[in-house]
Design a protein around this ligand. Structure first.
Ligand code: SF4
Length: 367
């Protein structure tokens, strides 16, 4: 398959590993900030091909994982209403709120449906004018344009029984928050290719300059990752701190102007809480004034719900790159994909799920 197979070439990957081994002269720590990249790293053992002095840590790059418990509790309260058909991406259905998850609401009689796109939810609203259809809009700049498009189309078609429960987040302010943390040890970033395919790279330029860190926009296949890591390490060893695009087959510095225009029309930038990182200024998207009537939180006010976070779960530390899944005492014992205690295990893009899926088997085979 063009643009996929050549980026899974094992020989080319090993050649880059050798170049990295010859390049590195001291310890470095690099964070990837994309759940898809985390899975590729763990699945293909990219981190194990690197010299032991190069440490890869997994950041808050999984959209389900960074959605805070409070947002999930609000989703549960709205989904339980008899007049509501609540639509969500599949990963979100099993993520625990304070006491329940969306699948439990469905089991109790709630009309909860899995969809692949907000436009599917809009089609449900159009076909069922007697129902109030709510889409749970989560994720990064990657998913935000289709949520914006759904609201834009709803307005254009006059569909009044559709609304969005918005918990969209933006990556650059999260990178700033990670770099400002007192225990931060990150020296370079691999930025997510699909986020930058939408937003471009201009927001990353001041971050690279202020924190004197290289930032390489990287793809998702094994060779993409090795090339991104190699470029990042090349800059670190040379004392450079620039924004580079490894994922040039999809990313332009200006991003996707049409998608950015749609985002600018439907959303506005607001402060947003992230699981594990707290409230980060200007890190979220909320509906703009012009689209406020599509806001599910205004249509179905639920008030302040006291959120109880995952007891004993280290997801927050893992999402900040301070800990890795195997540092958690519950990993693989009390916490498994079948019985997840926290978001990084329940989501297919979560770091704990990746280690459980790929590394546990390797370790058992070696034991
Ligand atoms: S293994 Fe489970 S309990 Fe531990 S950090 Fe991961 S999700 Fe949380």
């Amino acid at each position: 398959m063009k643009y996929v197979e050549e980026f899974r070439d094992g020989q080319a990957v090993r050649a880059y590993a050798e170049r990295i081994r010859r390049l590195v002269t001291r310890p470095w720590q690099i964070m990837e900030i994309c759940g898809g990249q985390t899975h590729t790293i763990v699945k293909y053992g990219i981190d194990e091909l690197l010299p032991p002095t190069v440490r890869l840590v997994h950041g808050p790059g999984c959209p389900v994982c960074v959605t805070p418990v409070g947002a999930i509790d609000r989703a549960l309260a709205i989904a339980a209403r008899p007049e509501v058909t609540f639509c969500s991406f599949g990963d979100m259905l099993r993520v625990p709120g304070s006491r329940k998850n969306l699948l439990m609401i469905k089991a109790e009689g709630g009309d909860v449906r899995m969809v692949y796109s907000p436009l599917d939810a809009l089609a449900i609203a159009e076909a069922n004018p007697q129902r109030e259809v709510v889409f749970f809009a989560i994720g990064f700049e990657t998913t935000a344009p289709t949520a914006a498009m759904a609201a834009w189309q709803a307005r254009r078609k006059g569909i009044r029984n559709f609304s969005l429960l918005v918990s969209q987040v933006r990556v650059p302010p999260a990178i700033e928050a990670l770099m400002e943390a007192p225990d931060n040890a990150i020296q370079g970033f691999l930025a997510a290719g699909h986020v930058c395919a939408i937003m471009g790279t201009e927001e990353y330029l001041p971050l690279a300059a202020r924190y004197r860190m290289p930032l390489v926009v990287t793809g998702f296949e094994p060779l993409d990752l090795m090339q991104g890591i190699h470029r990042c390490l090349t800059q670190l060893e040379a004392g450079r701190h620039e924004v580079e695009i490894q994922y040039a087959r999809a990313v332009r510095p200006q991003g996707n102007p049409a998608a950015r225009r749609m985002l600018g029309e439907v959303f506005r930038i607001i402060d947003r809480e992230w699981r594990g990182l707290g409230v980060i200024p200007a890190s979220g998207l909320g509906l703009s004034e012009a689209y406020a009537d599509f806001d599910a939180e205004q249509r179905f006010p639920v008030g302040e719900l006291p959120a109880a976070d995952d007891h004993g779960c280290m997801s927050g530390l893992i999402l900040r790159g301070v800990a890795k899944p195997r540092d958690c005492p519950a990993f693989g014992t009390r916490c498994t994909p079948e019985h997840p205690l926290g978001a990084t295990m329940v989501s297919s893009e979560g770091a704990c799920a990746a280690y459980q899926r790929y590394r546990r088997l390797t370790e058992e085979a070696l034991a």
